[in-house]
Design a protein around this ligand. Sequence first.
Ligand SMILES: Nc1ncnc2c1ncn2[C@@H]1O[C@H](COP(=O)(O)OP(=O)(O)OP(=O)(O)O)[C@@H](O)[C@H]1O
Length: 448
Amino acid sequence: MTQPQALLIDDEPDILELLSITLIRMGIDCDTAPNISQAKAKIDNNNYNLCLTDMKLPDGDGLELVTYLQNKRPDTPVAVITAHGNMQTAIEAMKLGAFDFISKPVDLSSLRNIVSNALKVKPSEKESTKTSPTLSQKFIGETDNMQRLKQLILKVAKSQAPIYIRGESGTGKEMVARLIHSNGPRSDAPFVAINCGAIPTELMESEFFGHKKGSFTGAQSDKEGLFKTADGGTLFLDEIAELPLNMQVKLLRAVQERSIRPVGSEKEHPVNVRILSASHTDLSEMVEKDSFRQDLFYRINVIEINVPPLRERVADIPALVDYFVRRLADRNQITPPSIPEAVIKKLQQYHFPGNIRELENILERAITLSLDETLNANDILLSQSNSSQTSDGIERNGMPLEDFLEDIEKTEIAKALEQTGGNKTAAADLLGISFRTMRYKCKKLDID
Ligand SMILES: Nc1ncnc2c1ncn2[C@@H]1O[C@H](COP(=O)(O)OP(=O)(O)OP(=O)(O)O)[C@@H](O)[C@H]1O
Protein backbone atom coordinates (compact mmCIF):
# COMPACT_ATOMS: atom_id res chain seq x y z
CA MET A 1 0.00 0.00 0.00
CA THR A 2 1.34 3.46 -0.86
CA GLN A 3 1.90 5.87 1.98
CA PRO A 4 -0.72 8.57 2.51
CA GLN A 5 0.32 12.08 1.52
CA ALA A 6 -0.41 15.31 3.36
CA LEU A 7 0.02 18.95 2.43
CA LEU A 8 0.95 21.23 5.34
CA ILE A 9 0.53 24.97 4.87
CA ASP A 10 2.07 27.45 7.30
CA ASP A 11 4.46 30.37 7.02
CA GLU A 12 6.23 29.52 10.28
CA PRO A 13 9.04 27.02 9.62
CA ASP A 14 9.00 25.80 13.25
CA ILE A 15 5.34 24.81 13.08
CA LEU A 16 5.81 23.14 9.69
CA GLU A 17 8.65 21.13 11.18
CA LEU A 18 6.64 20.08 14.23
CA LEU A 19 3.69 19.02 12.06
CA SER A 20 5.94 17.18 9.60
CA ILE A 21 7.79 15.24 12.30
CA THR A 22 4.48 14.15 13.90
CA LEU A 23 2.91 13.07 10.63
CA ILE A 24 6.03 11.32 9.30
CA ARG A 25 6.10 9.29 12.53
CA MET A 26 2.53 8.26 11.68
CA GLY A 27 3.75 6.96 8.32
CA ILE A 28 2.54 9.92 6.27
CA ASP A 29 4.56 11.60 3.49
CA CYS A 30 4.54 15.37 3.94
CA ASP A 31 4.68 18.15 1.41
CA THR A 32 4.74 21.77 2.59
CA ALA A 33 3.77 25.23 1.35
CA PRO A 34 4.43 28.63 3.02
CA ASN A 35 1.49 30.50 1.44
CA ILE A 36 -1.80 30.21 -0.38
CA SER A 37 -0.53 30.56 -3.94
CA GLN A 38 2.03 27.78 -3.58
CA ALA A 39 -0.50 25.61 -1.78
CA LYS A 40 -3.01 26.06 -4.63
CA ALA A 41 -0.38 25.07 -7.20
CA LYS A 42 0.43 21.93 -5.24
CA ILE A 43 -3.26 21.07 -4.78
CA ASP A 44 -3.77 21.41 -8.54
CA ASN A 45 -1.05 18.89 -9.25
CA ASN A 46 -1.45 16.37 -6.44
CA ASN A 47 -4.24 14.38 -4.89
CA TYR A 48 -3.43 14.64 -1.18
CA ASN A 49 -5.09 12.46 1.42
CA LEU A 50 -5.13 15.33 3.88
CA CYS A 51 -4.38 19.08 4.17
CA LEU A 52 -3.57 21.02 7.30
CA THR A 53 -3.56 24.78 6.98
CA ASP A 54 -2.83 27.70 9.23
CA MET A 55 -5.49 30.42 9.19
CA LYS A 56 -3.20 33.41 8.86
CA LEU A 57 -1.04 33.22 5.78
CA PRO A 58 1.01 35.99 4.15
CA ASP A 59 -1.19 36.18 1.04
CA GLY A 60 -4.64 35.58 2.53
CA ASP A 61 -6.48 33.43 5.05
CA GLY A 62 -6.91 29.69 5.42
CA LEU A 63 -10.66 29.91 4.72
CA GLU A 64 -9.80 30.66 1.11
CA LEU A 65 -7.95 27.34 0.93
CA VAL A 66 -10.85 25.48 2.56
CA THR A 67 -13.17 26.80 -0.16
CA TYR A 68 -10.61 26.10 -2.87
CA LEU A 69 -10.28 22.48 -1.74
CA GLN A 70 -14.07 22.07 -1.49
CA ASN A 71 -14.33 23.03 -5.15
CA LYS A 72 -11.21 21.40 -6.58
CA ARG A 73 -10.72 18.37 -4.35
CA PRO A 74 -13.91 17.80 -2.36
CA ASP A 75 -12.67 14.40 -1.17
CA THR A 76 -9.56 15.80 0.50
CA PRO A 77 -10.22 16.47 4.18
CA VAL A 78 -8.78 19.77 5.36
CA ALA A 79 -8.23 20.76 8.99
CA VAL A 80 -7.43 24.32 10.02
CA ILE A 81 -5.02 25.55 12.68
CA THR A 82 -6.49 28.48 14.60
CA ALA A 83 -5.19 30.90 17.18
CA HIS A 84 -6.01 29.77 20.72
CA GLY A 85 -9.59 30.64 21.67
CA ASN A 86 -10.55 31.77 18.19
CA MET A 87 -13.64 29.63 18.07
CA GLN A 88 -15.36 31.87 15.59
CA THR A 89 -12.84 31.17 12.81
CA ALA A 90 -12.85 27.45 13.61
CA ILE A 91 -16.64 27.35 13.33
CA GLU A 92 -16.62 29.38 10.12
CA ALA A 93 -14.07 26.98 8.61
CA MET A 94 -16.18 23.95 9.52
CA LYS A 95 -19.28 25.58 8.07
CA LEU A 96 -17.32 25.97 4.82
CA GLY A 97 -16.48 22.27 4.86
CA ALA A 98 -13.29 21.95 6.95
CA PHE A 99 -13.04 18.50 8.47
CA ASP A 100 -11.91 19.74 11.90
CA PHE A 101 -9.75 22.36 13.59
CA ILE A 102 -6.86 22.42 15.98
CA SER A 103 -5.91 25.39 18.14
CA LYS A 104 -2.46 26.70 18.86
CA PRO A 105 -0.34 25.72 20.70
CA VAL A 106 -0.80 22.46 18.83
CA ASP A 107 -1.48 19.57 21.18
CA LEU A 108 0.18 16.57 19.58
CA SER A 109 -2.27 13.92 20.76
CA SER A 110 -5.22 15.95 19.39
CA LEU A 111 -3.29 16.41 16.16
CA ARG A 112 -2.75 12.66 15.86
CA ASN A 113 -6.47 12.01 16.52
CA ILE A 114 -7.52 14.49 13.85
CA VAL A 115 -5.05 13.11 11.31
CA SER A 116 -5.97 9.47 11.87
CA ASN A 117 -9.70 10.27 11.64
CA ALA A 118 -9.12 12.28 8.46
CA LEU A 119 -7.32 9.36 6.85
CA LYS A 120 -10.31 7.10 7.54
CA VAL A 121 -12.65 9.31 5.49
CA LYS A 122 -13.81 7.44 2.41
CA PRO A 123 -13.82 9.17 -0.97
CA SER A 124 -17.34 10.00 -2.14
CA GLU A 125 -17.29 7.92 -5.34
CA LYS A 126 -17.27 4.84 -3.12
CA GLU A 127 -20.01 6.26 -0.90
CA SER A 128 -23.40 7.11 -2.24
CA THR A 129 -26.88 6.83 -0.83
CA LYS A 130 -27.22 3.69 -2.94
CA THR A 131 -24.04 1.98 -1.73
CA SER A 132 -24.35 2.82 1.95
CA PRO A 133 -26.34 -0.23 3.14
CA THR A 134 -27.81 1.43 6.23
CA LEU A 135 -28.93 4.44 4.24
CA SER A 136 -30.60 2.57 1.40
CA GLN A 137 -32.08 -0.32 3.40
CA LYS A 138 -33.00 1.08 6.77
CA PHE A 139 -33.48 4.78 6.27
CA ILE A 140 -36.63 4.76 4.21
CA GLY A 141 -37.64 7.78 2.15
CA GLU A 142 -37.34 8.72 -1.49
CA THR A 143 -39.16 12.06 -1.52
CA ASP A 144 -36.99 15.03 -2.55
CA ASN A 145 -36.49 16.27 1.00
CA MET A 146 -35.44 12.80 2.18
CA GLN A 147 -33.03 12.40 -0.74
CA ARG A 148 -31.46 15.73 0.19
CA LEU A 149 -31.29 14.64 3.81
CA LYS A 150 -29.47 11.41 2.85
CA GLN A 151 -26.93 13.33 0.75
CA LEU A 152 -26.39 15.73 3.63
CA ILE A 153 -25.87 12.85 6.08
CA LEU A 154 -23.12 11.40 3.88
CA LYS A 155 -21.51 14.80 3.50
CA VAL A 156 -21.46 15.73 7.18
CA ALA A 157 -20.49 12.20 8.21
CA LYS A 158 -17.05 12.93 6.82
CA SER A 159 -16.42 15.99 8.92
CA GLN A 160 -15.98 16.32 12.66
CA ALA A 161 -18.17 19.41 12.92
CA PRO A 162 -20.79 19.41 15.70
CA ILE A 163 -24.24 18.93 14.22
CA TYR A 164 -27.57 19.99 15.64
CA ILE A 165 -30.52 17.92 14.42
CA ARG A 166 -33.91 19.55 14.62
CA GLY A 167 -37.25 17.91 14.10
CA GLU A 168 -40.53 17.00 15.75
CA SER A 169 -40.74 14.07 18.11
CA GLY A 170 -40.36 10.68 16.41
CA THR A 171 -39.18 12.04 13.03
CA GLY A 172 -35.93 10.03 13.11
CA LYS A 173 -33.42 12.43 14.70
CA GLU A 174 -31.60 9.69 16.58
CA MET A 175 -31.53 7.57 13.45
CA VAL A 176 -29.95 10.47 11.55
CA ALA A 177 -27.33 10.80 14.30
CA ARG A 178 -26.56 7.08 14.15
CA LEU A 179 -26.22 7.24 10.37
CA ILE A 180 -23.81 10.19 10.60
CA HIS A 181 -21.73 8.14 13.01
CA SER A 182 -21.85 4.89 11.07
CA ASN A 183 -20.97 6.51 7.75
CA GLY A 184 -18.03 8.47 9.15
CA PRO A 185 -14.48 7.78 10.27
CA ARG A 186 -15.51 7.08 13.87
CA SER A 187 -17.77 4.17 12.95
CA ASP A 188 -15.62 1.56 14.71
CA ALA A 189 -15.75 3.50 17.99
CA PRO A 190 -18.80 3.78 20.30
CA PHE A 191 -21.96 5.77 19.60
CA VAL A 192 -23.36 6.86 22.95
CA ALA A 193 -26.84 8.40 23.13
CA ILE A 194 -28.08 10.37 26.14
CA ASN A 195 -31.58 11.68 26.64
CA CYS A 196 -30.83 14.91 28.52
CA GLY A 197 -34.43 15.08 29.75
CA ALA A 198 -34.28 11.67 31.40
CA ILE A 199 -31.32 12.25 33.72
CA PRO A 200 -32.16 13.70 37.15
CA THR A 201 -30.54 17.14 37.45
CA GLU A 202 -28.52 16.23 40.53
CA LEU A 203 -26.88 13.25 38.78
CA MET A 204 -26.20 14.97 35.47
CA GLU A 205 -22.65 16.11 36.04
CA SER A 206 -21.56 12.70 37.22
CA GLU A 207 -23.38 10.96 34.34
CA PHE A 208 -21.67 13.19 31.80
CA PHE A 209 -18.19 13.46 33.26
CA GLY A 210 -17.94 10.59 35.79
CA HIS A 211 -17.00 10.86 39.45
CA LYS A 212 -14.36 9.84 41.94
CA LYS A 213 -15.15 7.46 44.78
CA GLY A 214 -16.43 9.35 47.83
CA SER A 215 -17.01 12.62 45.96
CA PHE A 216 -20.64 12.65 47.16
CA THR A 217 -22.95 10.44 49.21
CA GLY A 218 -23.59 7.34 47.17
CA ALA A 219 -20.38 7.56 45.12
CA GLN A 220 -19.10 4.20 46.31
CA SER A 221 -16.56 3.69 43.55
CA ASP A 222 -15.02 5.63 40.67
CA LYS A 223 -17.42 5.96 37.78
CA GLU A 224 -16.65 6.61 34.14
CA GLY A 225 -18.91 9.27 32.58
CA LEU A 226 -20.60 9.13 29.19
CA PHE A 227 -17.94 11.39 27.61
CA LYS A 228 -15.30 8.82 28.53
CA THR A 229 -17.47 5.92 27.32
CA ALA A 230 -17.82 7.67 23.97
CA ASP A 231 -14.09 8.44 23.70
CA GLY A 232 -12.95 8.07 20.09
CA GLY A 233 -16.57 7.95 18.95
CA THR A 234 -19.73 10.04 19.00
CA LEU A 235 -21.81 11.44 21.84
CA PHE A 236 -25.43 12.10 20.92
CA LEU A 237 -27.17 14.57 23.22
CA ASP A 238 -30.86 14.05 22.62
CA GLU A 239 -33.34 16.64 23.94
CA ILE A 240 -30.47 19.06 24.56
CA ALA A 241 -33.01 21.82 25.27
CA GLU A 242 -33.67 20.05 28.59
CA LEU A 243 -30.16 20.71 29.91
CA PRO A 244 -30.29 22.99 32.95
CA LEU A 245 -28.29 26.21 32.62
CA ASN A 246 -25.53 25.13 35.03
CA MET A 247 -24.92 21.99 32.96
CA GLN A 248 -24.88 24.05 29.78
CA VAL A 249 -21.88 25.94 31.15
CA LYS A 250 -20.08 22.69 31.99
CA LEU A 251 -20.88 21.16 28.63
CA LEU A 252 -19.62 24.22 26.80
CA ARG A 253 -16.36 23.99 28.66
CA ALA A 254 -15.93 20.30 27.87
CA VAL A 255 -16.70 20.85 24.19
CA GLN A 256 -14.41 23.85 23.92
CA GLU A 257 -11.47 22.43 25.86
CA ARG A 258 -11.97 18.88 24.60
CA SER A 259 -11.37 17.71 28.13
CA ILE A 260 -13.46 16.79 31.16
CA ARG A 261 -13.07 16.82 34.91
CA PRO A 262 -14.87 14.04 36.81
CA VAL A 263 -16.77 15.17 39.92
CA GLY A 264 -14.35 15.16 42.86
CA SER A 265 -11.26 15.04 40.65
CA GLU A 266 -8.55 17.68 40.45
CA LYS A 267 -7.39 16.54 37.05
CA GLU A 268 -8.63 17.31 33.54
CA HIS A 269 -8.81 14.32 31.18
CA PRO A 270 -8.60 14.86 27.44
CA VAL A 271 -11.48 13.34 25.47
CA ASN A 272 -11.93 12.89 21.77
CA VAL A 273 -15.64 12.83 20.98
CA ARG A 274 -17.76 14.20 18.20
CA ILE A 275 -20.86 15.95 19.53
CA LEU A 276 -24.19 15.53 17.80
CA SER A 277 -27.28 16.96 19.45
CA ALA A 278 -31.00 17.09 18.82
CA SER A 279 -34.15 18.69 20.07
CA HIS A 280 -37.76 19.04 19.05
CA THR A 281 -38.04 22.54 20.50
CA ASP A 282 -36.71 25.60 18.74
CA LEU A 283 -33.35 26.26 20.42
CA SER A 284 -32.88 29.64 18.78
CA GLU A 285 -36.15 30.76 20.36
CA MET A 286 -34.88 29.50 23.72
CA VAL A 287 -31.68 31.49 23.18
CA GLU A 288 -33.79 34.60 22.66
CA LYS A 289 -35.64 33.91 25.91
CA ASP A 290 -32.34 33.34 27.75
CA SER A 291 -33.20 29.75 28.64
CA PHE A 292 -30.45 28.33 26.42
CA ARG A 293 -26.94 29.77 26.34
CA GLN A 294 -26.10 31.50 23.11
CA ASP A 295 -22.42 30.50 23.25
CA LEU A 296 -23.32 26.81 23.61
CA PHE A 297 -25.90 27.02 20.85
CA TYR A 298 -23.36 28.62 18.54
CA ARG A 299 -20.84 25.91 19.38
CA ILE A 300 -23.08 22.84 18.90
CA ASN A 301 -24.97 24.22 15.93
CA VAL A 302 -22.09 24.47 13.47
CA ILE A 303 -24.28 22.65 10.97
CA GLU A 304 -28.03 22.29 11.42
CA ILE A 305 -30.03 19.45 9.95
CA ASN A 306 -33.80 19.56 9.77
CA VAL A 307 -35.69 16.30 9.72
CA PRO A 308 -39.09 16.89 8.12
CA PRO A 309 -42.29 15.72 9.84
CA LEU A 310 -44.01 12.71 8.30
CA ARG A 311 -46.99 14.80 7.18
CA GLU A 312 -44.62 16.67 4.84
CA ARG A 313 -43.53 13.46 3.14
CA VAL A 314 -46.73 11.44 2.78
CA ALA A 315 -45.41 10.01 -0.49
CA ASP A 316 -43.00 7.97 1.64
CA ILE A 317 -45.82 6.36 3.65
CA PRO A 318 -46.29 3.31 1.35
CA ALA A 319 -42.56 2.45 1.50
CA LEU A 320 -42.47 2.99 5.27
CA VAL A 321 -45.56 0.84 5.79
CA ASP A 322 -44.05 -1.92 3.66
CA TYR A 323 -40.79 -1.72 5.62
CA PHE A 324 -42.41 -1.79 9.07
CA VAL A 325 -44.97 -4.47 8.19
CA ARG A 326 -42.21 -6.78 6.94
CA ARG A 327 -40.09 -6.08 9.99
CA LEU A 328 -42.97 -6.66 12.41
CA ALA A 329 -44.05 -9.85 10.61
CA ASP A 330 -40.50 -11.10 10.72
CA ARG A 331 -40.26 -10.38 14.43
CA ASN A 332 -43.57 -12.16 15.11
CA GLN A 333 -42.72 -15.00 12.72
CA ILE A 334 -45.85 -14.54 10.62
CA THR A 335 -46.40 -13.93 6.91
CA PRO A 336 -46.62 -10.19 6.27
CA PRO A 337 -50.29 -9.25 5.77
CA SER A 338 -51.15 -7.53 2.51
CA ILE A 339 -51.93 -3.83 2.70
CA PRO A 340 -54.87 -2.55 0.65
CA GLU A 341 -54.91 0.95 -0.82
CA ALA A 342 -57.60 2.01 1.69
CA VAL A 343 -55.14 1.52 4.56
CA ILE A 344 -52.49 3.65 2.85
CA LYS A 345 -55.08 6.35 2.06
CA LYS A 346 -56.27 6.45 5.66
CA LEU A 347 -52.70 6.81 6.88
CA GLN A 348 -51.85 9.47 4.31
CA GLN A 349 -54.74 11.60 5.52
CA TYR A 350 -53.62 11.48 9.13
CA HIS A 351 -51.43 14.26 10.59
CA PHE A 352 -49.04 12.04 12.65
CA PRO A 353 -48.15 14.20 15.64
CA GLY A 354 -45.82 11.37 16.76
CA ASN A 355 -44.36 10.97 13.25
CA ILE A 356 -42.57 7.77 12.24
CA ARG A 357 -42.57 6.30 15.73
CA GLU A 358 -46.34 6.72 15.82
CA LEU A 359 -46.69 5.05 12.40
CA GLU A 360 -44.63 2.13 13.67
CA ASN A 361 -46.81 1.85 16.82
CA ILE A 362 -50.05 2.05 14.83
CA LEU A 363 -48.90 -0.77 12.56
CA GLU A 364 -47.69 -2.87 15.45
CA ARG A 365 -51.06 -2.56 17.18
CA ALA A 366 -52.91 -3.33 13.95
CA ILE A 367 -50.84 -6.42 13.22
CA THR A 368 -51.15 -7.70 16.78
CA LEU A 369 -54.91 -7.24 16.83
CA SER A 370 -55.72 -8.39 13.30
CA LEU A 371 -55.73 -12.07 12.56
CA ASP A 372 -56.40 -11.64 8.84
CA GLU A 373 -54.02 -12.06 5.96
CA THR A 374 -55.02 -8.59 4.87
CA LEU A 375 -54.91 -5.52 7.09
CA ASN A 376 -58.22 -3.75 7.19
CA ALA A 377 -58.64 0.03 7.36
CA ASN A 378 -60.61 -0.56 10.60
CA ASP A 379 -57.52 -2.16 12.17
CA ILE A 380 -55.77 1.17 11.86
CA LEU A 381 -56.59 3.08 15.03
CA LEU A 382 -55.61 6.71 14.83
CA SER A 383 -55.17 8.95 17.82
CA GLN A 384 -57.58 11.78 18.27
CA SER A 385 -55.55 13.26 21.08
CA ASN A 386 -53.74 15.83 19.00
CA SER A 387 -56.53 16.71 16.68
CA SER A 388 -57.79 20.25 16.74
CA GLN A 389 -61.19 19.00 17.88
CA THR A 390 -60.02 18.03 21.34
CA SER A 391 -61.77 20.69 23.35
CA ASP A 392 -64.61 21.33 20.88
CA GLY A 393 -67.91 20.64 22.49
CA ILE A 394 -66.53 20.47 26.02
CA GLU A 395 -68.42 22.84 28.26
CA ARG A 396 -66.46 24.87 30.80
CA ASN A 397 -69.61 25.27 32.90
CA GLY A 398 -68.25 28.21 34.85
CA MET A 399 -65.13 26.31 35.92
CA PRO A 400 -62.06 28.60 36.37
CA LEU A 401 -59.97 28.51 33.19
CA GLU A 402 -56.93 27.00 34.89
CA ASP A 403 -58.88 24.07 36.35
CA PHE A 404 -60.65 23.56 33.04
CA LEU A 405 -57.33 23.40 31.15
CA GLU A 406 -55.87 21.05 33.76
CA ASP A 407 -58.85 18.78 33.26
CA ILE A 408 -58.24 18.67 29.52
CA GLU A 409 -54.54 18.04 30.07
CA LYS A 410 -55.30 15.23 32.47
CA THR A 411 -57.72 13.57 30.05
CA GLU A 412 -55.32 13.83 27.13
CA ILE A 413 -52.40 12.45 29.12
CA ALA A 414 -54.49 9.60 30.45
CA LYS A 415 -55.65 8.80 26.91
CA ALA A 416 -52.10 8.83 25.59
CA LEU A 417 -50.93 6.60 28.45
CA GLU A 418 -53.74 4.19 27.74
CA GLN A 419 -52.79 4.05 24.08
CA THR A 420 -49.17 3.33 24.87
CA GLY A 421 -49.85 0.75 27.56
CA GLY A 422 -48.59 3.12 30.28
CA ASN A 423 -45.28 3.87 28.53
CA LYS A 424 -44.52 7.48 29.50
CA THR A 425 -41.82 8.01 26.85
CA ALA A 426 -44.11 6.86 24.05
CA ALA A 427 -47.05 8.81 25.50
CA ALA A 428 -44.89 11.96 25.65
CA ASP A 429 -44.03 11.43 21.98
CA LEU A 430 -47.69 11.09 21.09
CA LEU A 431 -48.44 14.36 22.84
CA GLY A 432 -45.43 16.12 21.35
CA ILE A 433 -43.88 16.94 24.74
CA SER A 434 -40.57 15.91 26.26
CA PHE A 435 -40.23 13.04 28.67
CA ARG A 436 -39.25 15.48 31.39
CA THR A 437 -42.39 17.58 30.84
CA MET A 438 -44.44 14.39 30.88
CA ARG A 439 -42.92 13.34 34.19
CA TYR A 440 -43.52 16.78 35.62
CA LYS A 441 -47.15 16.92 34.47
CA CYS A 442 -47.92 13.41 35.74
CA LYS A 443 -46.62 14.41 39.13
CA LYS A 444 -48.44 17.73 39.15
CA LEU A 445 -51.74 16.30 37.95
CA ASP A 446 -51.45 13.24 40.15
CA ILE A 447 -51.49 10.70 37.33
CA ASP A 448 -49.86 7.33 38.03
N1 LIG B 1 -36.58 7.13 7.60
C1 LIG B 1 -36.83 6.11 8.44
N2 LIG B 1 -36.92 4.86 7.97
C2 LIG B 1 -37.21 3.83 8.81
N3 LIG B 1 -37.39 3.96 10.13
C3 LIG B 1 -37.30 5.18 10.65
C4 LIG B 1 -37.00 6.32 9.84
N4 LIG B 1 -36.96 7.41 10.63
C5 LIG B 1 -37.23 6.98 11.88
N5 LIG B 1 -37.42 5.64 11.90
C6 LIG B 1 -37.78 4.83 13.08
O1 LIG B 1 -38.74 5.62 13.82
C7 LIG B 1 -38.52 5.51 15.22
C8 LIG B 1 -38.28 6.90 15.79
O2 LIG B 1 -37.04 7.39 15.33
P1 LIG B 1 -36.01 8.17 16.27
O3 LIG B 1 -35.97 7.57 17.63
O4 LIG B 1 -34.74 8.30 15.52
O5 LIG B 1 -36.80 9.57 16.34
P2 LIG B 1 -36.45 10.88 17.17
O6 LIG B 1 -36.79 12.04 16.32
O7 LIG B 1 -35.05 10.79 17.70
O8 LIG B 1 -37.47 10.74 18.36
P3 LIG B 1 -37.53 11.60 19.76
O9 LIG B 1 -37.88 13.00 19.38
O10 LIG B 1 -38.61 10.94 20.52
O11 LIG B 1 -36.19 11.47 20.42
C9 LIG B 1 -37.33 4.57 15.39
O12 LIG B 1 -37.81 3.27 15.62
C10 LIG B 1 -36.62 4.63 14.04
O13 LIG B 1 -35.94 3.44 13.78
